[in-house]
Design a protein around this ligand. Sequence first.
Ligand SMILES: Nc1nc2c(c(=O)[nH]1)N[C@H]1C(S)=C(S)[C@@H](COP(=O)(O)OP(=O)(O)OC[C@H]3O[C@@H](n4cnc5c(=O)[nH]c(N)nc54)[C@H](O)[C@@H]3O)O[C@H]1N2
Ligand SMILES: Nc1nc2c(c(=O)[nH]1)N[C@H]1C(S)=C(S)[C@@H](COP(=O)(O)OP(=O)(O)OC[C@H]3O[C@@H](n4cnc5c(=O)[nH]c(N)nc54)[C@H](O)[C@@H]3O)O[C@H]1N2
Ligand code: SF4
Ligand SMILES: [Mo]
Length: 851
Amino acid sequence: MEISRRAFIGGSVVAAILGAIGLKMRERRLDTIEEGRDKKVGPLVEGTWKPTGCLGCTSWCAKEAFIVDGRAIKIRANKVSKIHGGHDCPRAHLAIQQVYDPDRIKQPMKRTNPKKGLNEDPGFVPISWDEAMDILADKIMELRKNDETYKFAVFRGRYTNINGLLYSNLPKIIGSPNNISHSSICAEAEKFGPYYTQGYWNYRDYDVENTKYIICWGVDPLCSNRQVSHYLNVFGQLLERGVKIVTIDPKYSNTAAKSHVWMPVKPGQDGALATAMAHVILTEGLWSKEFVGDFKDGQNRFVTGKTVDEELFEENHTFGLVKWWNLELKDRTPEWAEEVCGVDSETIKNVAIEFAKAGPYAMVFMGGGSNMQIRGGYNSMAVHALNGLVGSVDHEGGTLTGRSPRLQSLPKPDDFMDEMAQRNSKKQKIDQRGYKEFPALKDGKSGGGVVTNRVADAILAEDPYKLKVILAYFCNFNYSCPETKRWHEAMAKVDFLAHCVTHYSEMSHFADLLLPSTHHSFEQMSSAAQKANSYTHLWINERLIDPVYDVKNPETEIPWLLGEKLAQKGFTNLLDYLKTYKDPETGKEPTNPLELELYTLKIRTQPIWDPAKYEETGNHGDKFNSWQEFIQKGIWNSAPYQFKKLWSNMPTETGKFEFYSATLKKALESHAEKHKTTVDDILKTCKYEAKGELAFVPHYEEPYMVGSKNDYPFDFIDAKSRLAREGRSANCSWFQEFKDSDPGDIKWGDCIKMNPDDAERLGLKDGDKVKVISPVGEVVTTLKLWEALRPGTVQKTFGQGHWAMGHIAAEDFAKRIPRGSNNNDIMAAEYERLSGSTAFYGSFRVRIEKA
Ligand SMILES: Nc1nc2c(c(=O)[nH]1)N[C@H]1C(S)=C(S)[C@@H](COP(=O)(O)OP(=O)(O)OC[C@H]3O[C@@H](n4cnc5c(=O)[nH]c(N)nc54)[C@H](O)[C@@H]3O)O[C@H]1N2
Ligand SMILES: Nc1nc2c(c(=O)[nH]1)N[C@H]1C(S)=C(S)[C@@H](COP(=O)(O)OP(=O)(O)OC[C@H]3O[C@@H](n4cnc5c(=O)[nH]c(N)nc54)[C@H](O)[C@@H]3O)O[C@H]1N2
Ligand code: SF4
Ligand SMILES: [Mo]
């Protein structure tokens, strides 16, 4: 399809729609797969399908692995799951390449070169687990001797649902406040809007099955987000059923290609689009009367430019609609928005009207694109508030909170925290959360959430203090956090880093100790829960194969081994604590790492498999009679979601869905008070423009861009790769071979995409090697001309540029030459500070030059 320059200037683009023939073919293919499901794989192979799960992304799908002679040879969806049924995403298969990757770290290693740096050879040599744990225990004992236990930290990336042992409780027993997760380089700003409107700090579920209208806003559910397996399957059916799909994304995404309307918003201008849509819904009188309420006399007084008397409107399940109108919406016309966000006013109007008319069977499906931006907090509120206007919150065919399985907390560490541990674990956390410039208002609390990417600066500045010993697992912040060079410096500075990962990673290069990890799907017991399709599932797996190399589970085995070593050195609290993880069936204490792994999983999931606990905790859904039954089946499904339970029972300050956020007001005021200043000053410090009451309503803010338009004329669009298992796919040949499944991208490398008009102006052509230059760095890549991008923007997919991981991920592993380049080398460390999130979108400008 050709997309002319005019189409962009005009604004939105009507995207291609799947033809009926295409849909029929697709169905037939699915049938064939379904028929073949339970047959053996090949005529000669005897094996067993065993339940497991995938942590390849935050979808946390339930899987089955085909085990032949102790080897996993195939993986597929566990069709028992009510959230994705028998449907897969392509990335599941990469798990097999990961676990049998000959480039994995095969045994513990210690660094022999004390100098740390990008160009230093760490000189890793193999050692035994005993020696490795001895070294780590010595480092911790030294902190204890000097009363410096708060200088210890656990860093966590991806995790299973028993992570509380290592992540929360182990640092407390040692005596540290520092458990640092990756959450704020992941999705916190996306949770900010739902929290400060409806009191829900989490991902939402979307009842697409029963909807009539979907706006995919800064989200590409056929590529990323949560439950790719489900959406890849269901999307064709939605189109066939006549569900209207609109995509709001500055790039022509996988989902845009399957949508009726694509609105290529200018990067970061989502607030203009959202407030204009709200303006239209109100002036047209199309809000949900049932959910929101109405004017007492039924006469619509929302007229452009005119304030409304609050007394005239009676709200039902919402709070502050008229305040929102008066403070922000009354002048936010589609015509105004067109100028700002680049989408034509007619389309804004039409989409707003259609969406509202379809309500409450209409949803804005919100991903990180509209809000993981420097000024994205209010976008997150504005975009989600549209669901409130049409009454689709907690409604059939709308956006749901989902219901988590009620699991059992792991044993409390309190009795094993000595005086030093109690005292030191109360110190300020290393990430500076709660500082004036980092409110990180998770759950309404100043410093309630993590500021992951700030840790590098905090370490370098020794503010709040020097960090000395880090135990990091399943994370690779030297690659995954913007402005990577700060992480290289920080990790070189830290006294001691132990890294528990499957693959040598950019972060490992700065480690003192490599503690090779089991692979979560096959080599260890794991469990995780996720929701979609108005259900929640919980999967669990046994160890399906013997560990391929000499590797251990970081969440259980490593704490046990460390506990034993610390006990030998005179500090028994950790081991004593772990001995309280008794088998819920027999009451037996664990005596070794594998028993700890088993008992921890049993304890955590007891409310699912033990009928007495099931009743007590109030779980609803599948029932089991024993642990044995549960672990063999490997999956639990909840009962279906119950709609409208939250209406007028929202966990907000007012108990209502807040268009004027009394909840945010309280949080901001308490943060301001803590720093003896005003809310206006806090917002200014956090790089926001709003003053006064505007701070408490969803409103438009001009995007804060890093780099001046003069020196850096292109808006940079970062996006996830279809085959990326977060940052962990690059050493799989299948990832590289099918890299061109990212629209416009190329195999075995990467590229930056640019509109042909821009290229012509700059005298550049397809295939040129170009430098992408930002205020914080530069990378070299290949130029790809791509019509499906607005002039003035460039797009580069995240996922390449590994110089570590292995011989496939890197161009030359030995010489540390990356394959392609890492977007985080040119993206500045910037934040949506109210949530603590790192900014990835709508915040960066670059310059392109011929290399
Ligand atoms: N294939 C794949 N799937 C994944 C992952 C993966 O690595 N690969 N990771 C998983 C994880 S950890 C997470 S947190 C989720 C995240 O899932 P999402 O929160 O949905 O986030 P992204 O996938 O980053 O999608 C962002 C979308 O926003 C668009 N975008 C960029 N700038 C702007 C803008 O200014 N405005 C708007 N409206 N849109 C913009 C991008 O083009 C992209 O399509 O995905 C999970 N799923
Ligand atoms: N520019 C840009 N940056 C991004 C994103 C983006 O879209 N654009 N996405 C962000 C998001 S949403 C997230 S969540 C973060 C993720 O970033 P991180 O949390 O840092 O994690 P990853 O980079 O995915 O992987 C970390 C390491 O885990 C190891 N590993 C792989 N499998 C296993 C296993 O089974 N067990 C253990 N213990 N280790 C294993 C690998 O060695 C890998 O190096 O990245 C963020 N960074
Ligand atoms: S990569 Fe994500 S969507 Fe794909 S199977 Fe794994 S968890 Fe599911
Ligand atoms: Mo994430």
